[in-house]
Design a protein around this ligand. Structure first.
Ligand code: TYD
Ligand code: MG
Length: 455
């Protein structure tokens, strides 16, 4: 007789264990394992082969489906990240740190979608309806036809949704929902999983679009369940630094559009404003050319974006010099420093190194290597790079510069913002776009010689 058993699930990585322990042996996290009740009493009672199901329909690969009937919100930055608009019967997860602006973004989006003709429900488990109305007032959205509810009981919510059949449901947040099919507290892994499962099932069943808000823990994981990421069609992260006004909505998974696409917003006193020209905004705080600054011509999704890399290099009072990086990968910084030392003979021993991507932007493109190296060298040599010059290129372990994708787009964007020259890997597409003077470099040593007259 199969017995309904409790399982022990790691809230950091979702690994399932048969017994409790202090450390998860899958991901190494401490105190992350929590006890879960059986998912549902009915599950597992019947073997799948025993009961006869209905026959499934099969089609061939040549069957043409009509294009997805997307609804655009009219917020271009949001629509781009969604892949052109919201798709019916899709489930979207919007994750982000508490206080970053998820509720603000989604209330604005709700109003836009309602204006675009969607029957829109906004269900909050975090705030009272009066609080949401106050925010709507601040955002100037009180006239929008959004239906509000402050509710956490999933069964009641689903009953209402099944009866009302809205086109779009926003659930803020998934961590506050409570499903009575699971015996644990709201916010626990099994509750979040059950709630996300029931809400995505509703989306598929009724053809409604469902947007779930999820709070993210410090280390960038959606609190508790990474499993939600697998259940939904689209995962968006809303990121930014608290102290900065920029917010970036990034698609990390999208079944209905390109991943890696970003939308840029600015948090203002009256809600989130779209930033249609992010390069201009990211470079707006740049002063006169100074040592340690390099402008990187990057590509985010389908769009070129210019950002500034800032470096500071100073003698270290510590036996272990500091390596601090914001907005970029610290492993990549270590690699660049090693290549500079081994291939160009420029050591950073005994020096503290700080590297910062200005504006709270996070860069993960390998093409940023050369911009980081340029900022580091410029700081170390105390020599500013040529003004009006952008830099991009991937650095290999041998010190060679590798060509990167979309050279032309990068140069065009730089020219548009008033830059006149670029330092780029040799072997890329020949440049000269829009009057840009492109200096091709074969390797890092040539770059050091050319720009800093050493090496
Ligand atoms: P919120 O949307 O509540 O964040 P989340 O849902 O991700 O927890 O936004 C919180 C912050 O945004 C709050 O600190 C105040 C700020 N804010 C503005 O600066 N301008 C505005 O118009 C609004 C509504 C909020
Ligand atoms: Mg909120």
């Amino acid at each position: 007789m199969a017995r309904a058993t409790t399982t022990f699930t790691c809230s950091a990585c979702g690994a399932v264990h048969t017994k409790w322990s202090g450390q998860c042996d899958a991901c190494g996290a401490w105190n992350s394992i929590i006890e879960e009740g059986p998912l549902s009493a009915a599950a597992g009672k019947q073997s799948l082969g025993a009961a006869r199901g209905r026959a499934i329909t099969l089609t061939d690969l040549s069957t043409q489906d009509p294009p997805l009937p997307r609804t655009a919100s009219g917020m271009a930055e949001l629509d781009r990240v969604l892949g052109g608009g919201l798709v019916p019967a899709s489930a979207v997860l919007v994750g982000g740190d508490p206080g970053i602006g998820k509720s603000t973004l989604l209330l604005q989006a709700a109003a836009q979608f309602a204006n675009a003709g969607l029957k829109t429900f906004y269900i909050s488990g975090e705030e009272a309806a009066a609080q949401i109305r106050m925010r709507a007032d601040r955002l100037g959205l009180t006239g929008a036809k959004v239906q509000l509810a402050a509710e956490t009981v999933l069964r009641d919510i689903l009953t209402t949704l099944d009866a009302e059949r809205p086109d779009l449901v926003i659930v803020d947040s998934i961590q506050t929902m409570w499903s009575d099919s699971v015996e644990s507290a709201p916010g626990s892994v099994s509750q979040v999983r059950a709630a996300a499962h029931e809400l995505t099932a509703f989306a598929k069943r009724r053809g409604s679009a469902v947007i779930l808000v999820g709070h993210v823990t410090k280390d960038g994981q959606i609190a508790g369940p990474r499993v939600v990421e697998h259940m939904v069609d689209t995962v968006l992260y809303f990121e930014g630094e608290r102290g900065h006004q920029f917010r970036i909505l990034r698609a990390v998974k999208n079944r209905f559009g390109p991943a890696d696409e970003i939308g840029v917003f600015e948090m203002t006193g009256a809600g989130l404003a779209e930033v249609s020209n992010p390069s201009a905004l990211f470079l707006s705080e740049r002063g006169a050319p100074a040592p340690g600054s390099a402008v990187f011509a990057g590509i985010e999704g389908t769009r070129p974006v210019l950002v500034e890399f800032q470096a500071l290099v100073a003698p270290s009072p510590h036996s272990q010099p500091r390596r601090s990086v914001v907005g970029w990968d610290s492993g990549r910084l270590a690699m660049i420093l090693a290549v500079l030392e081994a291939r160009c003979g420029i050591p950073f021993t005994g020096l503290d190194v700080y590297l910062n991507v200005a504006g709270g932007m996070k860069i993960s493109e390998p093409a940023a290597d050369l911009a980081a190296a340029a900022a580091l060298l410029s700081a170390r040599e105390d020599a500013a790079l040529p003004p009006e010059c952008v830099v991009f290129g991937e650095i290999s372990l041998s010190g060679a510069l590798r060509p990167v994708v979309q050279t032309e787009n990068r140069l065009k964007e730089a020219a548009k913002l008033g830059f006149t020259s670029a330092i780029a890997p040799a072997g890329g597409k020949p440049g000269g776009d829009g009057g840009m003077a492109v200096k091709p470099m074969a390797d890092l040593t040539a770059f050091v010689g050319e720009v800093f007259g050493a090496g």
